[in-house]
Design a protein around this ligand. Structure first.
Ligand code: FES
Length: 228
């Protein structure tokens, strides 16, 4: 399987044994193999990475061969097949992020951490990796650290974020420029409240009411036929 040094064995913690059982029970009889992704996620949250013994234990739980677990674990890049540091820094360098300045972000990471892609700092606190599109292109450049996305970043933002992690802090994730969600950089342009539009709507309502009233009067005089 992998060339990384592997542990001798793996066991889910007692709490995770119960969670694993609950996860497996979510699937109908004969479909338990579908629990492979949540079980890999559970194991990675416990161990930090997916070793061969982890895959063997999951295969045994799901009554499938361990190669089927490896197929899934090696397909999805969110599963680490090698140990990573306490914080996993994943920088997106795909097209939107590259066009928006990801090269500066990569430089900030390398300057701050002193490691390159695929490497872990000597204190074991950070692993730096390059990823393909993180699926948040609208807020490029994007970096994922552990479970969170940091968006709209540049060299200075990245340096500040990493400094905060080094101090044991959890800096605010999301847009670093204060953008609300993925709205345009200049602010919302649709579904926004415009008092002028509101008063126009009020005028329209009043006009409709006046029309209905005059129509009723005309009908009363016998000048207009109502709907049959
Ligand atoms: S290209 Fe970076 S999030 Fe899509």
């Amino acid at each position: 399987m992998q060339t990384t040094e592997q542990p001798d064995s793996f066991m889910f913690s007692s709490e995770n044994v119960q969670l694993a059982q609950l996860i497996i029970e979510r699937y109908p009889e004969g479909r338990q193999a579908s629990a492979v992704i949540p079980l890999l996620d559970l194991a990675q949250r416990q161990e930090g990475w997916i070793s061969e013994p982890v895959m063997e234990v999951i295969a045994e739980l799901l009554k499938i061969s361990s190669i089927r677990v490896l197929e899934v674990a090696s397909f999805y890049t969110m599963f680490n097949l090698e140990p990573v540091g306490k914080h996993h820094v994943q920088v997106c360098t795909n097209l939107s992020c590259w066009l928006s300045g990801s090269e500066d972000v990569v430089r900030a990471c390398k300057d701050s951490l002193g490691v390159g892609f695929g490497e872990t700092t000597l204190d074991g606190k950070f692993t730096l990796n390059e990823i393909e599109c993180a699926g948040a292109c609208v807020n490029a450049p994007v970096v994922q650290i552990d479970d969170n996305y940091f968006e709209d970043i540049n060299y200075d933002f990245m340096t500040e974020i990493l400094d905060a992690f080094k101090k044991g802090q959890r800096p605010a994730h999301g847009s670093q420029t204060g953008r609300n969600g993925s709205c345009p950089k200049g602010g919302a342009t649709s579904l926004s409240f415009d008092p002028t539009e509101y008063s126009k709507k009020q005028d329209l309502t009043a006009a409709k009411a006046a029309f209905e009233e005059s129509k009723s009067r005309a009908m009363a005089k016998g000048n207009v036929k109502g709907n049959a």
